[in-house]
Design a protein around this ligand. Structure first.
Ligand SMILES: Cc1ncc(COP(=O)(O)O)c(C=O)c1O
Length: 398
């Protein structure tokens, strides 16, 4: 036996969003005034009432193992939230609490995929989906939702790539990186496609509370008994409650899938952090005014950012209606020359911005759209204004 390494592990791409954020931090540490639009997390603190419950959990000794799939108390809180917010009826034995939404997704694909099973991923997509699917021995199949169709995919497109190996579709609304949301009618059509083809839909609803302009968040599983049976609903507290570091995500699924995920988790990580589970119970059961305040602030920044970007030369964006990202089409800008060379790719555009303008943005090749960048508005309005001034002056110089 030679000292070779796992071929599967070697194929995993490191997260490029984390790399850009690290670069921005490094430049800041050198004393440079960098504006970072890379953030994938709210800039707000975790609300006080949640912190307080966590401190009480430590002080009262709630610091031991819990059941591997989470405490009953938290599962009940999740069921109540699913019922009231998502119009979904789940019992505690259908809930698995995991170490963040990413871990929930990992468990889902480990539970449903066999080697070679295909998973349809609409592009643009959150960059971890293809890697998570591959790690579970699945095969990602991409479908492009172009700008002209609101960065969303149609049933006709889904049907065209469906084969007898198709096992699941990933749906992410509100969407990272586009900020788009699927309407009830669009979801009804997709639900029919899922049921007709007898596949699963993995519905990533991590940004469910972050919806603007009076739009509603609709959970696909709420659209009927048949689609409910085929849906695994994934959510968590990272984005909606400013709890990214606590690492709690959860799923609602059939009891059969929940049991498989629970077994997998019992060997891989055991229970998610006991203190974070107490904190999450408070997040879901406690007052929701801090969430509303965050949404209001995000909305203000969203409008400011979208208005400014709409007026900039060479770039274009659709109005985002959810999450906290603006997805920018660089189409014309990429054809321009900078320092004697055609810019060409979003990675090159982002490199110029960070090196010459001290602005960090996320190039979206790893999200399936190489001619776009993603800007997060999970930073202060003051920073947004400064960063957009710099991007605008770069564009005007081209
Ligand atoms: C669409 C989407 N799903 C899931 C996650 C994972 O969330 P968590 O931080 O809870 O693992 C993220 C985080 O960026 C995300 O953007």
């Amino acid at each position: 036996m030679s000292l070779t390494l796992s071929n599967k592990a070697k194929k995993v791409k490191p997260s490029s969003t984390l790399a850009i954020t690290a670069k921005a931090k490094e430049l800041k540490a050198q004393g440079l005034d960098v504006v970072g639009f890379g953030a994938g997390e709210p800039d707000f603190n975790t609300p006080e009432n949640i912190n307080k419950v966590a401190i009480e959990a430590i002080e009262s000794g709630f610091t031991k193992y819990t059941p591997a799939s989470g405490t009953n108390e938290l599962k009940e809180a999740v069921c109540r939230k699913f019922k009231e917010f998502n119009k979904l009826n789940y019992e505690p034995n259908q809930i698995v609490i995991s170490n963040g939404g990413k871990h929930s997704l990992t468990n889902v694909f480990s539970a449903i995929l066999n080697p070679g099973d295909e998973v349809i991923i609409p592009a643009p997509y959150w960059l971890s989906y293809p890697e998570i699917v591959k790690l579970a021995d699945g095969v990602p199949v991409f479908v492009r939702g172009g700008k002209e169709q609101g960065y969303k995919v149609t049933v006709e497109q889904l049907q065209a790539v469906t084969t007898d190996k198709t096992k699941a579709l990933i749906l992410n609304t509100p969407n990272n990186p586009t900020g788009m949301i699927y309407t009830r009618e669009e979801l009804e059509a997709i639900a029919k496609y899922v049921v007709d083809n007898d596949i699963y839909v993995v519905s990533d609803e991590m940004y469910e509370h972050l919806v603007y302009n009076g739009n509603e968040h609709v959970s696909i599983a709420s659209l009927g008994e048949e689609i409910y049976k085929r849906t695994i609903t994934v959510s968590g507290v990272s984005k909606s409650y400013a709890m990214t570091g606590w690492r709690i995500g959860y799923t609602g699924s059939s009891a059969e899938i929940a049991k498989l995920m629970s077994s997998i988790q019992s060997h891989q990580t055991s229970n998610p952090n006991s203190i974070a589970q107490k904190a999450t119970t408070e997040a879901l059961n406690g007052p929701q005014d801090t969430v509303l305040a965050m949404v209001k602030e995000f909305d203000k920044r969203r409008q400011y950012m979208y208005n400014r970007i709409s007026k900039m030369p060479l770039v274009d964006a659709l109005e985002p209606l959810g999450a906290f990202y603006v997805f920018i089409d660089l189409g014309e800008a990429l054809k321009k020359e900078y320092k004697g060379k055609v810019i060409g790719t979003s990675a090159e555009f982002a490199r110029i911005l960070i090196e010459d303008y001290n602005v960090a943005v996320i190039p979206c090749a790893d999200f399936g759209f190489d001619d776009h960048i993603r800007l997060s508005y999970a930073i202060s309005l003051e920073q947004i204004e400064k960063g957009l001034d710099r991007i605008e002056s770069f564009l005007k110089s081209l």
